[in-house]
Design a protein around this ligand. Structure first.
Ligand SMILES: Nc1ncnc2c1ncn2[C@@H]1O[C@H](COP(=O)(O)OP(=O)(O)O)[C@@H](O)[C@H]1O
Ligand SMILES: O=c1ccn([C@@H]2O[C@H](COP(=O)(O)O)[C@@H](O)[C@H]2O)c(=O)[nH]1
Length: 625
C-alpha cells in the first residue's frame, strides 16, 4: 500500500486527465445505443447492480469510474451516488453543517427509503427522478435529475452496504478498504478543492463524526461484501472485478429480433431471402383470431383502397406519395381519436339554439413518433390535434444482427414526469410494423415511464400479421389502429448504406449494367471494363450494389414466383436491360468502396425485414428525393 506522502507527490506529478466531469458524482455513460432490455414477451430484464461501500475518500468513486470506463461496450452504465440522497435539511441544520456540527455520517442522514425506491425503479428499467444534493450548500437542491435506461448500475456511498433493503438490490457487493490516514489526507485535499471547505472544519468534522461512523457503521458493513478492493494500487483488483462483471453481463445478452421473425414458418427463397409467415396465416382474414380483438382496421372503403393502391405502387412520384401518406395518416389519427373518452357537451348555435354534442378528452394526449418511418404521421396528428405535445424515438436496426437499437429519446415532458405519465394517453406513430421489434421497444419505453398499457394506441399505415401477433401477445392492452394487415414478412440481407459495395475497378473506361432491381430500390450492378490504361481489362467485370437514386423504393423481386404485373410488387423488369456510363461521382464511389473494402469486410450487409406486399421503405419514400 502506498503511503499518503508518496501518493500525494505522485498525483501532483502525473495528473491523469479525467474522462468524466468532476461536478456531481452521478455519471451516465452511454454508447452505441441501447439493445433490447426486455424478453421477447416484452417483460423487463433487470439491470445488473453493483454496490460499492467504503470510508469517505477511500476511492469508491474512483473504483466506480474505472469500472464504468472498462464497460464502455455496454450501452448505458450509470453511477448512482449515495450523496444524492442526503436528507433535505432545515436552515438550523444547514447552519450547524457550516460549523461542522451536523452529523452527516450517521445512517439516518441518508434518505434510505427514497434511495432504495429509486434504485429498485432503475433496476426494473423504470425511469426515475433523483434528488440533486449540493455539498457546497449542505442542502438538497430544488431541481431533480432524470435517469432512464441503465443496463448496469453502480451504486457508491459510505453506507451503500448498510441497509438490508439496499443490499437486496445488488448483484455484486464491493468494499473499498483503505488506510485511515490515507483517507483523511485525501479527504482534506478533496474537500478544500471541491467542496469549499477549510482544513480546521474538515478536521473537526472528522474527529467528531466521520471517524466514529467509519468504526461503528462503515467498516463493519464490509462483512456483507463479496469482494474487498484495496483503496490504492488497486488496478489488478479492478481488472479482476471488471472481468467478473463482463462474464455476468455476457450471460444476460439478448438476441431476439430474429426469433420474433422466425417464430412462424419460414421457407428459403431462390434469391437467398427468407420468407416468414406465421403458421396459421395462409387463409387468415381480419377478425379470425383473438389477437384481432384489440385491432382497429380502418373500414376498407373504395376510397381507402384507392389511397393504399397509390401508396403501394412503386411508380408513385414522391410528391403524390407525400400527399396520400398525409391523407392516410389523418384518417388513421381520426380513427384513433375516436377511441379516446368523450363526454357530453351542450353548446349554443349561432341561430340561438341550444344543442347537445360531445367533446373529446384530449388534455393528456401526446404523440410519439418512431423515427424515421413514424415521421410522416406527425403531420397528420398536428392537423387533427393542433397543440399536441410530440416526442420522438430513434430506433434503428443493428446492421449485423438486425436487432433494434434505441439511439435517442426525446419524450414529451408529461411522459418524463412520473406523476403525469400515469394519465397520459400516448399515440405511438410508425408507418409500418414488420417483426414488431421496434414497436415493442417503443411500447416498452412508454411503459418504463409509467404510461399505462391500456393508454397506448399504436398507429400504422400497415402492419404485418407476424408483428401483430408479437405485439398482441406481449402487450394485450395496447390498441392498434391501421389501414392494412399484410400477410408476409421477408428477411433480407441488404448491402449497407449508399456506397457501392464490391471490389471496384481502377481508373478507366467502363460501363455499368443493372443486373437486378431489388426490394427497397437496390440495384445489383455489373461493371464491364472497356480496356485503356486503367488496368481494368476490356471484358472483365465485377459486381456491386447501390441504391437507385432515381427510384429509391422500387419494389421488384424478379425471383418471386408471383411477382408479375399486378401482383402488388410492381412491374417485372428484365435483368441487364439498362446500361450507362457512370458519372464522375459514381466512379468516385466505386473507388471509395474499393479503398474501404478491408474495413467493410465484417459489415458488408445489413439484415432487414420487409413487409409484403407492403409499401417499401415508407420513411425513405416520404423524405428522400
Ligand atoms: N487508487 C488511487 N490512487 C491514488 N489516488 C486515489 C485512488 N483512488 C482515489 N484516489 C484519490 O482520492 C480522492 C478521493 O477518491 P474518491 O474516489 O472520490 O473517494 P470516495 O468516493 O470514496 O470518497 C480523490 O482525490 C482521488 O483522486
Ligand atoms: O453536506 C454534506 C454531506 C456529506 N458530507 C460528508 O461527505 C462524506 C461522504 O462523501 P464521500 O464522497 O463518500 O466522501 C461523509 O463522510 C460526510 O461527512 C459533507 O461534508 N457535507
Amino acid at each position: 500500500m502506498s503511503s499518503p506522502s508518496a501518493e500525494a507527490s505522485s498525483s501532483s506529478r502525473t495528473r491523469q486527465p479525467n474522462r468524466f466531469s468532476a461536478k456531481g458524482k452521478n455519471v451516465v455513460m452511454t454508447s452505441h445505443g441501447r439493445l433490447p432490455w426486455y424478453s421477447p414477451e416484452g417483460k423487463n430484464i433487470e439491470a445488473y447492480v453493483i454496490g460499492i461501500a467504503g470510508g469517505s475518500a477511500s476511492g469508491k468513486t474512483s473504483v466506480a469510474r474505472a469500472i464504468l470506463s472498462a464497460l464502455n461496450y455496454v450501452p448505458t452504465v450509470l453511477i448512482l451516488s449515495q450523496d444524492s440522497f442526503y436528507r433535505k435539511h432545515t436552515q438550523e441544520e444547514i447552519d450547524l453543517a457550516f460549523k461542522s456540527d451536523l452529523d452527516l455520517d450517521h445512517p439516518d442522514s441518508i434518505d434510505t427509503a427514497l434511495f432504495a425506491k429509486c434504485l429498485a425503479d432503475l433496476k426494473q428499467g423504470r425511469a426515475c427522478e433523483i434528488p440533486v444534493y449540493s455539498f457546497v450548500h449542505h442542502q438538497r437542491m430544488p431541481e431533480t435529475k432524470y435517469l432512464y435506461g441503465a443496463n448496469v448500475i453502480i451504486v457508491e456511498g459510505i453506507m451503500a452496504l448498510q441497509s438490508a433493503d439496499m443490499r437486496a438490490l445488488y448483484d455484486l457487493k464491493v468494499f473499498v478498504n483503505c488506510d485511515s490516514d490515507l483517507m483523511l489526507a485525501r479527504r482534506i485535499k478533496r474537500d478544500v478543492k471541491e467542496r469549499g471547505r477549510d482544513v480546521d472544519g474538515i478536521l473537526d468534522q472528522y474527529l467528531r463524526f466521520v471517524k466514529a461512523s467509519y468504526d461503528n457503521f462503515v467498516q463493519p458493513s464490509s462483512k456483507h461484501a463479496d469482494i474487498i478492493v484495496p483503496g490504492s494500487s488497486n488496478q489488478l483488483a479492478i481488472d479482476l472485478l471488471v472481468s467478473h462483471i463482463k462474464d455476468q453481463l455476457d450471460n444476460r445478452s439478448l438476441r431476439f429480433r430474429s426469433r420474433l421473425g422466425r417464430d412462424g414458418q419460414s421457407r428459403p427463397l431462390a434469391n437467398g431471402k427468407t420468407q416468414v409467415t406465421p403458421s396459421n396465416n395462409t387463409t387468415h382474414t381480419f377478425g379470425d383470431t383473438d389477437e384481432d380483438s384489440g385491432v382497429i382496421l380502418l373500414e376498407q372503403t373504395a376510397q381507402l383502397q384507392g389511397i393504399m393502391t397509390i401508396l403501394r405502387d412503386c411508380e408513385t412520384e414522391r410528391g403524390d406519395f407525400i400527399f396520400y401518406a398525409d391523407r392516410l395518416s389523418t384518417m388513421i389519427v381520426e380513427k384513433a381519436l375516436s377511441l379516446l373518452p368523450h363526454e357530453p357537451h351542450r353548446v349554443q348555435t349561432p341561430v340561438g339554439m341550444s344543442t347537445e354534442g360531445t367533446i373529446s378528452m384530449q388534455e393528456d394526449l401526446v404523440g410519439v413518433s418512431i423515427l424515421r418511418s413514424g415521421g410522416p404521421f406527425s403531420h397528420g396528428l398536428r392537423r387533427v390535434v393542433r397543440d399536441v405535445p410530440l416526442g420522438a424515438m430513434l430506433i434503428q436496426s443493428d446492421p449485423k444482427t438486425g436487432e433494434p437499437i434505441l439511439l435517442s429519446l426525446d419524450l414529451p415532458q408529461s411522459v418524463k414526469n412520473g406523476e403525469t405519465s400515469k394519465t397520459v394517453r400516448a399515440l405511438l406513430l410508425d408507418s409500418q410494423m414488420g417483426t414488431g421489434a421496434a414497436a415493442m421497444m417503443a411500447i416498452r419505453v412508454l411503459l418504463d415511464h409509467g404510461v399505462p398499457e391500456s393508454n397506448i394506441i399504436f398507429l400504422a399505415f400497415l402492419i404485418s400479421r407476424r408483428g401483430l401477433t408479437t405485439i398482441r401477445r406481449a402487450f394485450p392492452s395496447v390498441q392498434v389502429v391501421t389501414a392494412a394487415i399484410d400477410p408476409d414478412l421477408y428477411e433480407m440481407h441488404l448491402p449497407l448504406g449508399n456506397a457501392v459495395l464490391g471490389e471496384a475497378a481502377g481508373e478507366g473506361d467502363y460501363s455499368i449494367t443493372v443486373v437486378e432491381h431489388d426490394t427497397l430500390g437496390l440495384q445489383r450492378l455489373n461493371l464491364k471494363g472497356d480496356g485503356g490504361d486503367s488496368g481494368f481489362e476490356a471484358g472483365s467485370s465485377l459486381e456491386g450494389y447501390r441504391i437507385d437514386n432515381q427510384n429509391p423504393n422500387q419494389v421488384i423481386d424478379s425471383d418471386r414466383p408471383d411477382s408479375g404485373s399486378g401482383s402488388g410488387f410492381g412491374e417485372r423488369r428484365d435483368a441487364g436491360q439498362e446500361t450507362w456510363s457512370p458519372t464522375k461521382q459514381q466512379v468516385e464511389e466505386l473507388k471509395f468502396s474499393r479503398d474501404r473494402k478491408d474495413s467493410m469486410k465484417e459489415v458488408k450487409q445489413k439484415r432487414a425485414w420487409v413487409v409484403s406486399p407492403g409499401m417499401g421503405h415508407i420513411g425513405d419514400r416520404y423524405y428522400l428525393a
